[in-house]
Design a protein around this ligand. Structure first.
Ligand code: NA7
Length: 532
């Protein structure tokens, strides 16, 4: 027997918790469904050692309840996974959110009933729920990309995947360890493992740019100052480009002297969020020559931090403009290469042939290791929807529709899938911003929209093809005028075999995206067809 509710929210991460809270406040009967046993979403699943958020803790938290932000005390500049998970649990308890979720309940499918304008959502537990509105708060980085290293299952030693780390500590001491991947995850894991492993082999295909976190404890004085300014500052940041409101010079990188620019870059490097580089000068994300000034500066830093200059050269990205792949923060990453137990294996120089029963082989050599750690990334935006059958109008499966390229009007609703809202979906700022700010904006917009539809007696809302096409085309055009124009990365779907190259995040920035969403809502949800 199906359970009938007004709305279903899938996922109990930051987005799902807020959606449940909002919809319940609106008086709706809401059912949350969560695959894991606990709230926290990505911060529940990602529990590998060394994991810290790359957005400062005082920014990476909800702003919708002033008491909450005044009471909570972050201990470090960049919070650890454990502290963020503790915060998520605290929010769930404080706002009585947990009770609205069924945990250990994976959504396997959802079917739209066109005559009733309702979704029937089915779960791994064999239950089904029927609701007019579904909010998919499933996260943009929640499903690992399929393991695409030949021979991976043949390895006889220990293997770990960053996205499914054991809940008990893993001891690397005395072991020979290989880490595959040098994105944000691989960098953090390698820095941790290098401390105790007998030998660490870091397998790098594409190097990342990384900037020191300069992490440390937060003083009571600093927290008091942040809290005093929270209401005004958060309002300001909501309208900024990145959700962080980071400062910029307002000048071209090419109009200032080398000395002035280097001094400013050094100031950012030593003190600021790495994302400050993005808006440091007006043209660094648009003009290649301006962009190169950052790469040149950061390259010089790698050469300073790594003693062996041949290794340093390999660690310096050369194949893509700064900012077109995630910039990482590190807590001593480059310095691990000064240790005798750490070896960089450059897969560009000698590609990875396969994993073997005793280790791995590149074109140049065979290596024996005891442990292999996979930090190979995600099927961003689309992966989660490939694991469920979401069937919309005319029996179309979202997975198949998105095989042609994931698209969603206003980053939330895909044509042919009425009443199905995706939080931080394709063509929303999400991963290119302080994602909590983006989540809050998107969830608020979606839940306000559901309130409007309910109050006006509408029971169906769908994105029009024309509106979606225009939205996606505009995003692509922005891509063409920025350094993203030639980039290949998971932002564009390029890391997963067979996934089409589409600009997945919205590139317009958080503030302009918010303004566009507000305008569409004020105009009676322009671009969506509403029906009673
Ligand atoms: P990323 O940034 O996608 O990094 C994955 C890494 O794994 C990257 O260096 C890949 O190299 C590498 N990779 C993937 N597949 C292979 C194979 N088959 N062989 C060798 N190397 C491979 O994921 P992360 O988890 O680090 O970070 C994701 C986001 O999470 C991050 O941006 C933060 O926002 C949090 P490639 O680039 O494909 O050459």
């Amino acid at each position: 027997m199906a359970t009938h509710v007004d709305a279903i929210v899938v996922g109990a991460g930051f987005a799902g918790m807020m959606a449940v809270h909002n919809l319940r406040k609106q008086g709706l009967n809401v059912q949350g469904l969560e695959k894991g046993p606990e709230v926290g979403g990505t911060w529940y699943w990602n529990r590998y050692p060394g994991l810290h958020c790359d957005v400062e803790s005082v920014e990476y938290s909800y702003s919708w309840d002033n008491d909450l932000q005044q009471e909570w005390n972050w201990s470090e500049r960049y919070a650890s996974q454990a502290e963020i998970l503790k915060y998520a649990k605290h929010v769930a308890d404080r706002f009585d959110i947990r009770g609205r979720f069924a945990f250990n309940t994976e959504v396997t499918g959802a079917v739209f009933n066109e005559s009733a304008n309702e979704w029937t959502v089915t779960t791994s537990a064999g239950d089904s729920y029927v609701a007019g509105w579904v909010v998919m708060a499933t996260g943009a980085l929640s499903t690992p990309k399929p393991l695409d290293v030949p021979g991976a299952s043949s390895f006889a030693g220990e293997t770990y995947n960053s996205t499914d780390w054991p809940t008990t500590p893993v001891d690397f001491s005395g072991k020979r360890v290989a880490v595959i991947g040098t994105g944000s995850t691989g960098i953090q894991l390698s820095t941790h493992i290098a401390k105790t492993a007998k030998e660490l082999f870091v397998l790098q295909r594409t190097p990342s740019w990384s900037v020191p976190a300069n992490n440390g404890p937060l003083t009571p004085e600093y927290l008091a100052e942040v809290k005093a300014n929270y209401p005004a500052e958060r309002e300001r940041k909501k309208h900024s480009m990145d959700g962080l409101g980071l400062p910029g010079t307002g000048k071209s990188a090419l109009e200032v002297s080398d000395a002035e620019r280097t001094e400013y870059f050094q100031h950012i490097y030593d003190n600021m969020s790495p994302f400050t580089f993005f808006g440091s000068y007006t043209d660094v994300l648009v003009v290649d020559e301006a962009n190169k000034t950052i790469s040149d500066f950061l390259g010089s830093k790698v050469r300073e931090r790594v003693k062996d200059q041949a290794v340093a050269e390999k660690l310096i990205p050369k194949s893509y403009p700064f900012g077109t792949r995630r910039t990482c923060i590190d807590m001593g990453y480059y310095e691990i290469y000064n240790q005798p137990n750490v070896h960089l294996v450059d897969l560009l120089e000698s590609p990875l042939k396969s994993i073997t029963p005793t280790g791995f082989s590149t074109e140049a050599a065979d290596y024996e290791v005891d442990v292999i750690v996979f930090a190979t990334g995600y099927d961003a935006f689309t992966g989660t929807f490939k694991n469920m059958d979401v069937i919309g109008e005319n029996s179309a499966n979202l997975r198949e529709v998105w095989n042609e390229g994931a698209k969603a009007y206003m980053g939330t609703m895909s044509v042919g899938f009425p009443n199905l809202f995706i939080v931080t979906g394709p063509q929303s700022p999400s991963v290119l911003s302080n994602v909590v700010v983006s989540i809050e904006q998107h969830v608020q917009w979606i839940t306000d929209c559901i309130a409007y539809l309910t109050a006006q007696g509408y029971n169906r809302m769908e994105a029009t093809q024309e509106a979606q096409d225009a939205w996606v085309a505009m995003n692509n055009e922005i891509g063409q005028i920025t350094v993203h124009r030639d980039s290949h990365s998971w932002y564009m779907g390029d890391n997963v075999a067979g996934k089409p190259h589409v600009v997945l995040p919205a590139l317009m920035g958080v503030g302009p995206f918010r303004a566009a969403c507000d305008e569409v809502a004020a105009d009676g949800y322009r671009g969506f067809a509403l029906a009673k």
